[in-house]
Design a protein around this ligand. Structure first.
Ligand SMILES: O=c1ccn([C@@H]2O[C@H](COP(=O)(O)O)[C@@H](O)[C@H]2O)c(=O)[nH]1
Length: 233
């Protein structure tokens, strides 16, 4: 079975030319792309439009976390750009997430709104430092339930949490998983990682992959190896 467009390539670059050069190696029929804080801060909405004009659906990963009024307006601006998916932080709370939903409500094509639970770069000791005493998995579950209750379309979590989350959340609630590392590739700052095959087998809907592709000597070959791995899963 072809797992069509479940790979989202994170275009984490420090300028538009590098991002466009990567995009030229990708096929919009096979994957989506993510534009995050680094690239958006350098290259802005024009780059989002340029990438969309090449036929790509864009996941704008700006992880909004602010007062409800600001998040409502920021989400409305992102929806006007025509992006396919957009992030906020679940820890911004219910009122903030409901405001995000209101922000995209008037859009011609409302983006999917997904809320970040616990960053995949974090582990339990990081939560303790923040004064959170429940386990990391419990915190993810709690924020995911709150996100569903707050009209989000899905959450960002680690693939490690997907099996438990699926028991808790409705079937069509999207589970978006960064922290994907093909075996043998460096974890870097990611703490809760899984291979592409494991992530698909556990039930992830979308796999976000950055450095294993973008920093590879041959990005096209790295991406093809991931396609092969998930299609065999
Ligand atoms: O919990 C999260 C939320 C977002 N991300 C983003 O995904 C990519 C992952 O890149 P890699 O190079 O594959 O590690 C990156 O853009 C993050 O900002 C995340 O990793 N974890």
């Amino acid at each position: 079975m072809e797992h069509n467009k479940r790979i989202i390539v994170a275009l984490d670059y420090d300028n538009a030319d590098k991002a466009i050069a990567m995009v030229h190696q990708l096929d919009p029929a096979r994957c989506r792309v993510k534009i995050g804080k680094e690239l958006f801060t350098y290259a802005g909405p024009d780059l989002v439009r340029q990438v969309q004009d090449k036929g790509f659906e864009v996941f704008l990963d700006l992880k909004f976390h602010d007062i409800p009024n600001t998040v409502r307006k920021a989400c409305a601006a992102a929806a006007d750009l025509g992006v396919w998916m957009l992030t906020v932080h679940a820890s911004g709370g219910e009122e903030m997430m409901l405001a995000a939903r209101e922000g995209v409500a008037g859009a011609e094509h409302a983006p999917k709104l997904v809320a970040v639970t616990v960053l995949t770069s974090m582990q339990e000791s990081d939560l303790s430092q923040l004064g959170i005493s429940r386990s990391l998995e419990e915190q993810v579950m709690r924020l995911a339930s709150l996100s569903q209750q707050s009209k989000m379309d899905g959450v960002v979590c680690s693939a490690k949490e997907v099996v438990e989350l699926r028991k808790l959340l409705s079937e069509n609630f999207a589970l978006v998983t960064p922290g994907i590392r093909p075996s043998g590739s460096a974890s870097g700052d990611q703490k809760r990682v899984m291979t592409p095959r494991e992530a698909i087998q556990s039930g992830s809907n979308y796999l976000v992959v950055g450095r294993p592709i973008t920093q590879a000597r041959n990005p096209e070959a790295a991406l093809n190896a991931i396609f092969d791995e998930i299609n065999a899963a």
